[in-house]
Design a protein around this ligand. Sequence first.
Ligand SMILES: *Cc1c(COP(=O)(O)O)cnc(C)c1O
Length: 227
Amino acid sequence: MSTICNRLEAVRRRIGEAATRYGRRAESVELLAVSKTQPVEAVRAAYACGQRRFGESYLQEALSKVQSLADLDIQWHFIGRIQSNKTRPIAAHFDWVHSIDDPRQARRLSAQRPEGLPPLNLCIQVRFGDEPTKGGLAEDQVEAVLVELDSLPRLRVQGLMTLPPPEQDLEAQRRPFRRLRELRDRLATPERPLDILSMGMTDDLEAAIAEGASLVRVGTGIFGPRD
Ligand SMILES: *Cc1c(COP(=O)(O)O)cnc(C)c1O
């Protein structure tokens, strides 16, 4: 088995163990393999081990991978910062976008989503600290944006995403994830259940699963260090 396959299985085990520890079913946590900066061969190796969902952050690199790997049945997720003048290729080539933090981006994506494709799945990115360089809406802005997105026909808002700064200790890691879950619980409605909590990466996936993550985004844990 390839190294990537071994690492992928180790990550799946971690997810399963964390789910058991916190009283959840392992199948309630989806794994997104974050392949940014990794070569297409690495994506193929993970695909050969059963991985189907892949996440990318840098648009040019992502588009070239999507094209090179068009023979595979991959679900592509865009997880990086979105430049307003670059929404069209995202709308055309991705199944999911996790990093929406501006309703103008969402309006463009809806308008640009090609006719033949299903609605684009979205998560709204939320930030809890004061880090203006990181993306994300402040907590008190999320509801108004959700209401605005409800009227966009070519989008399906699935949930919320967060990318907190690294913390060593489990309790500190859990805090922003808990806040995201509580925010979701406050804002969910029957028409808009916000089922997806996209949170947790290689170093904090256990904390995220403890707080209800339904999708963890794992890069280095699967592919090894990035250059
Ligand atoms: C790079 C990245 C990840 C993966 O991080 P790892 O620490 O390598 O697991 C997850 N989410 C986002 C938004 C990223 O940019």
